[in-house]
Ligand binder design. Sequence first.
Ligand SMILES: Cc1cc2nc3c(=O)[nH]c(=O)nc-3n(C[C@H](O)[C@H](O)[C@H](O)COP(=O)(O)OP(=O)(O)OC[C@H]3O[C@@H](n4cnc5c(N)ncnc54)[C@H](O)[C@@H]3O)c2cc1C
Length: 391
Amino acid sequence: MSVAEQLNTGSNVGEEAQILDSIEKWMERDVRPHVKHFDHADEYPYEIVEQMKEMGLFGAIIDTEYGGLGLSASTYAKVVERMSGVWMALTGIFNSHLIMATLVQRFGTDDQKNHFLPKFASGELRGGLGLTEPDAGTDLQAIRTKAILDGDHYVINGTKTWITNGIEGSCFAILVKTDPEADPRHKGMSFFIAEKADGFTVSGKLEKLGYKSIDSAELFFEDYKISKGNIVGGVEGQGFYQAAGGLEIGRINVAARGVGIATAALNDSIAYAQVRKTMGKPIAQHQAIAMKLADMATRAEAARLLVEKAAAAYDAGERCDMEAGMAKLFASEAALENSIEAMRIHGAYGYSKEFDIERYYRDAPLMCIGEGTNEIQRIIIAKQLVARNPV
Ligand SMILES: Cc1cc2nc3c(=O)[nH]c(=O)nc-3n(C[C@H](O)[C@H](O)[C@H](O)COP(=O)(O)OP(=O)(O)OC[C@H]3O[C@@H](n4cnc5c(N)ncnc54)[C@H](O)[C@@H]3O)c2cc1C
């Protein structure tokens, strides 16, 4: 059975192991041998993206009735973790696309679901999420991109920045102000599903420390006309609430990416520490290095369990902003700490482009910034602690 056929078999418990096995084999065979080339050349992996399309990854968590794989958040998180252990940047190509799809699946009208979800699932329409602007990241309510009603359509003006898949994608869920004067501000915010057309242009690729190959870009809207029918859910004013719903799956996915990097840094270190010898013995036998390995393994395992807990709550339809926040916070910090510890364990080789450690070290910090910074995760967690434990 092909990888695509195995992935298309669904996601109940018995099938999860088979799906993960297929992903691991595909990553080892078709992806790992090319990662260094794509990452160092900062080149988009077109052939691999075609394979991802065939495998159905662009529809991983889209319901089967719309042509998706219908994976649970729990299985999806494990897929993301396995892939990130080989190449984290690759997961960005379908993850932010799937946040857009989740917005339509959870909050869209029937017409929007029927129109967009099959195209998202097949990868015919690919894209991502447009929240951030040059002057507004964490403070989403400060965005300035406006959509003004003009007869049977809206006219959008404004700029989004740092948008993943901005160049290679063709369709984005963009958060705008439909009522810039609204008080409170969040009541004047709405999401549109915007396809590239006249009035919607894109910058060149933004240069980054890591997360190479995948395109991050600015999106420019200049008198861009869009149908009323593209407002997610069909009514204005729901955007801020919808963003919060979409970000939960986004945070679980970033956390899973963190687990992937933390685990890869650990596994490479366990192997290296047994073959590199100093003072007549493998460095794994020096207590200083053994302690690092123990801490790295504990962090990776704790992060994995937090992701599993958050994904299980999401699948059960429970409120999981605190759980997703904890998983995202802990797993991203675990990725960062494990990548620097792996570099120390590898000595000069960790700093070399011949090894993968330097890539983990460049990729990990993004996990602490994306989908809500870790400072903001702490605020969400603390607010929920109080809200769930009133005195
Ligand atoms: C590679 C990459 C890809 C990205 N992809 C996307 C994408 O696809 N779509 C998208 O919309 N965005 C994307 N982003 C943007 C990302 O979501 C934002 O960078 C992030 O939300 C933080 O916003 P900011 O950079 O404007 O930082 P700011 O909001 O300016 O924050 C600066 C610092 O202040 C802290 N801070 C801010 N407010 C508070 C507060 N109230 N209390 C305590 N601390 C606070 C922050 O935690 C941070 O440490 C991407 C970013 C990168 C680097």
